[in-house]
Design a protein around this ligand. Structure first.
Ligand code: ZN
Length: 390
């Protein structure tokens, strides 16, 4: 990857662990389909026009065009036609290897047959992949297979199976009931009552989609029992998310209640609440934070957003992620924008005399790799693939 002058060597050369990401699409894409995957909008529209005219669209033309042998800032038409000429698999290989990411913690909760598996994604990068299990999806698998009284036990057994070999669990409570979760573990009677209500709704024709706060909270506590780190969607997301209910400060009672559980809690994305998230990471030892998805969507402002996260978040509590989904380009631009932003933050402190060069280099290693290794206890990979031939 070609970086502007000024990116620190210790950031440029770091390998990266992407602690929250998804598969990429295994087919060639039309322009509309490509634009649908660019950012959190549903797609191009009659009013906002082409989504190439966004920071992420511009970043792809700037940083990904040269990876496809085109000049920087190639037009969207030239970019997409070259993409089709090379084919999706070759494009994905080029983007993923340019990202410098060699370890992927993949949220496999989105069901789309067009997406690469964890092993396929890792193979494209010549890296390692690990699974992250979505708690709400496990609940949705379980609810139709048991009675309301059996629900809690069935959930625990199914989750134990699903997390065999997995690295973490994840909740999308923010999308379903909001983050204003009660702190206590629901009682067996509360779980059975809530499961009965949900089963009735499904029986009356409602879709199988978990939105009940009690059952979501039950899933989170059962997930914590398994001892795996808990990822929580926070803030920025697509229009299914109600951003008013995505402020991480709403999680304060739950974070207070889980501080001694011995399990790290990862607040994902966090924008535009990244300052609140940084505060939580400072006051709760078990809280980790990132601004994944955000950095490649805010363009040159990424350095400001990351600096704001790091106003209060300890350097040992910040993680890297792309939250790439669908387009392999999002891995390349996510990693590039992150390296630029991190380098800018570290150089600012270095030039102002706030820390030394060895400190800056050490922070780079922590935020790119070391914090994730510690937080997730990353041992030899669950799914690993040799580097593909060039
Ligand atoms: Zn995400």
């Amino acid at each position: 990857m070609e970086y502007p002058v000024g990116v620190m060597d210790s950031v440029r050369s770091q390998r990266l662990i992407d602690h929250h990401c998804h598969g990429v699409v295994r087919r060639d894409l039309s322009r509309v389909d490509f634009e649908r995957l660019l950012c959190e909008a549903d797609g191009p529209g009659p009013w906002h026009g082409s989504l190439f005219d966004t920071h992420v669209g511009l970043a792809i033309r700037r940083y990904c065009a040269p990876l496809l042998d085109l000049a920087r800032h190639a037009s969207p038409e030239d970019y997409l036609s070259r993409r089709t000429e090379l084919g999706h698999a070759e494009v994905a290989r080029r983007m993923l290897s340019a990202s410098g990411i060699d370890e992927f913690l993949v949220d496999t909760g989105l069901t789309d047959d067009d997406l690469t598996t964890v092993a396929e994604l890792a193979a494209l990068a010549g890296g390692r992949g690990r699974h992250v299990v979505r708690l709400e999806r496990v609940a949705e698998q379980v609810v139709r297979t048991c009675t309301a009284d059996e629900y809690a036990d069935a959930f625990a057994v199914t989750l134990a199976d699903a997390t065999e070999g997995a690295t973490a669990v994840k909740s999308i409570a923010a999308y379903r009931c909001g983050l204003d979760l009660r702190p206590d573990r629901p009682t067996p009677a509360e779980v059975a009552r809530a499961a009965a209500r949900w089963r009735d709704e499904i029986g009356n024709g409602a879709g199988v989609r978990l939105t009940d706060e009690t059952l979501i909270r039950h899933g989170i506590w059962t997930g914590l029992d398994g001892g795996r780190p808990l990822q929580l969607h926070v803030g920025y997301g697509d229009r299914d998310a109600d951003l008013r209910r995505g402020d991480p400060l709403l999680l304060t009672p739950l974070l207070r209640a889980t501080v001694d559980a011995g399990v790290p809690v990862m607040l994902l994305h966090t924008y535009p609440f990244h300052r609140q998230a940084g505060y939580l990471a400072q006051v709760y030892d078990h809280v980790f934070v990132d601004v994944g998805l955000t950095l490649h969507n805010v363009g040159p402002r990424g350095r400001v957003v990351l600096a704001e996260l790091l106003e209060l978040a300890p350097f040992g509590s910040v993680l890297f992620s792309t939250d790439a989904y669908g387009l392999p380009e999002l891995y390349a631009v996510g990693a590039t924008m992150f390296r630029q932003a991190l380098s800018a933050v570290l150089l600012t402190g270095l030039n102002a005399g706030y820390w030394s060069k060895p400190d800056a280099d050490r922070f780079a290693g922590m935020i790119c790799v070391g914090n994730a290794e510690r937080a997730y206890s990353l041992l030899p990979a669950a799914v690993s693939s040799p580097r593909p031939p060039p």
